[in-house]
Design a protein around this ligand. Structure first.
Ligand SMILES: Nc1ncnc2c1ncn2[C@@H]1O[C@H](COP(=O)(O)OP(=O)(O)O)[C@@H](O)[C@H]1O
Ligand SMILES: [Mg+2]
Length: 498
């Protein structure tokens, strides 16, 4: 590999380009690079590759994102491409995120991942404030009992704090999307046009609480979110999930989020566990690309004597909250930081700076729905009761009872909009039938070389069982890769883990 310094800037920033010979793909080892450059704070280095032969290495005198300015209401006004400014990249350029795509009329799906304290809820504030400023109808489930984003409550059209509330809210959103589809079809309109109906966005903060194993309405929520992702986009109904998860499997099974990940706006804040490997496996990060891990604080890593009395002072180091990567942006591997939202130090009550960001006035409200949608959907009934806490709670209680009485707690129940996918969990207490997943596994296990998805499909369809589609087989293959039961030894090839 050869390296050339292109913009020497003594004492300040150094920029290098590196390239490998034609026919090779550039790979790098961050730790080795830091070692070669004699740098003990890896967050001072930024590496970006073109995915082929070239890399650009930027070395800063100190982490360029240690301080960022506060967000302003002007940052949050959508430009003509539907984008707002949410942060800065390490090189000082603005990070723009799409809230709406005017060219296709598409509502967006947002995913924000990060471990506890990484800054997910502040991202939610920033984006909910942007929604209010831009006239969106915002629905918000704060699944930490309203503790995560308390300032948002009066600035959204519908806040809920409970699992039941979140389910009813998501049902209502699906019903709104279906109602819009019907109305638009009747009007001969094929795309969502801003200004007729408002954009509606459902945000689930701590979505993992609704989607993880053991969550009370996991199957139903998984189904509803899939449904919303599928039907909402073209009718102005979007969804935002903020979650801590080490693995997509924890979020309702990997299929749920796969499509959202592929087409959504994905932000990765400080992460833990195997999230990165997962994102590579899902094709979100090209293989070979690396993201500089985000440390918890910017304390330099220095070896100090075990007996050095100053060794306990690390608590004072600046934190890294809000630092992350906008994976769906044009520069997925460039470290960025969200603009400051409110006080970094904890406050006893609601944060006045965050309240000011939302600004005065009422948030936008939902359009009038057609009578047929409104009358029968329990989610929409809940919507109309949202300002009456007693009646709303009674409805939630009633919903919980009905749900608990259903066999299998609603797995395969009558949800809005169709049947639930047959997952392995759901068949646990029924006579076990042969699942497509098992058939795919059997085919892989019997092969003596890695197989393409088409080869697996052909083999599955000739095993004497029910015929299945290519899409199903591909989903199952991805799920096997996700769960670690299979690997992809080459592009489009699958092999079992023996
Ligand atoms: N963009 C930000 N601006 C200012 N402070 C932030 C920002 N992001 C995070 N923080 C600080 O970090 C803390 C944790 O952030 P939070 O959004 O609650 O994390 P999470 O929801 O991921 O657990 C906040 O209370 C705040 O002190
Ligand atoms: Mg939070």
């Amino acid at each position: 590999m050869s390296a050339v310094m292109t913009t020497p800037d003594p004492g300040q920033v150094y920029e290098f380009t590196a390239e490998v010979p034609q026919g090779q793909v550039i790979r790098y080892d961050l730790a080795a690079l830091c070692s070669a450059l004699n740098i003990n704070d890896p967050t001072r280095i930024a590496v970006e590759t073109d995915g082929l032969r070239r890399a650009m290495i930027t070395v800063y005198p100190s982490n360029p994102l240690a301080q960022v300015r506060a967000v302003t209401r002007e940052d949050l006004v959508m430009d003509r491409h539907g984008r707002i400014v949410i942060g800065v990249y390490h090189n000082g350029r603005p990070v723009k995120k799409r809230l709406f795509d005017p060219s296709t009329g598409s509502a967006q799906r947002h995913l924000v991942f990060g471990t506890t304290g990484a800054g997910k809820s502040r991202v939610v504030h920033l984006e909910l404030a942007a929604e209010k400023i831009n006239g969106f109808v915002s629905w918000l489930a704060d699944l930490k009992f309203g503790q995560s984003v308390p300032e948002a409550e009066e600035h959204v059209d519908w806040p809920v704090r409970t699992q039941e509330g979140a389910v009813l809210m998501t049902m209502a959103a699906v019903a709104v999307a279906q109602d819009r589809m019907r109305r638009y079809a009747a009007a001969g309109r094929s795309a969502f046009v801003l200004g007729v109906d408002p954009l509606l966005n459902v945000t689930l903060d701590e979505a993992n609480r609704a989607l993880e194993r053991g969550a009370p309405y996991r199957d139903l929520m998984t189904h509803l979110i899939k449904e919303l992702g599928r039907t909402g986009r073209s009718v102005g109904v979007g969804v935002r999930l903020s979650a801590q998860a080490a693995h997509l499997e924890e979020l309702g099974g990997s299929d749920t989020l796969r499509a959202m990940l592929k087409e959504g706006e994905v932000t990765l804040l400080r992460w833990s566990g195997s999230m990165m490997r997962q994102l590579v496996a899902d094709g979100l990060l090209p293989a070979g690309e690396q993201l500089m891990p985000i440390p918890k604080t910017l304390a330099p890593r220095e070896l100090r004597s075990q007996f050095d009395p100053a060794a306990d002072d690390d608590d004072d180091a600046p934190g890294t909250q809000g630092m992350g990567y906008l994976l769906s942006g044009p520069r997925p591997t460039a470290m960025m930081r969200h603009l400051r939202v409110g006080s970094i130090a904890p406050l006893a009550g609601k944060d006045p700076e965050i309240l000011a960001l939302y600004g005065p006035g009422e948030p936008a409200r939902l359009e009038e729905l057609s009578a047929e949608a409104d009358g029968e959907n329990i989610g929409l009934i809940a919507y109309h009761l949202r300002h009456d806490p007693v009646a709303f709670q009674a409805l939630c209680d009633q919903f919980r009872e009905i749900y608990q009485q259903k066999p299998g707690h609603g797995g395969g129940g009558q949800h809005a909009g169709g049947a639930v996918d047959d997952g392995p969990e759901e068949s646990a207490d029924r006579p076990r039938k042969v699942l497509v997943e098992d058939r795919v596994r059997a085919v892989l296990a019997a092969a003596d070389a890695p197989m393409s998805a088409d080869e697996v499909l052909a083999a599955v369809n000739s095993d004497g069982g029910k015929q299945v589609s290519g899409g199903t087989v591909r989903n199952k293959l991805s799920a096997l890769v996700d769960s670690g039961a299979a690997v992809q030894p080459g592009r489009g090839l699958y092999a079992p883990v023996r």
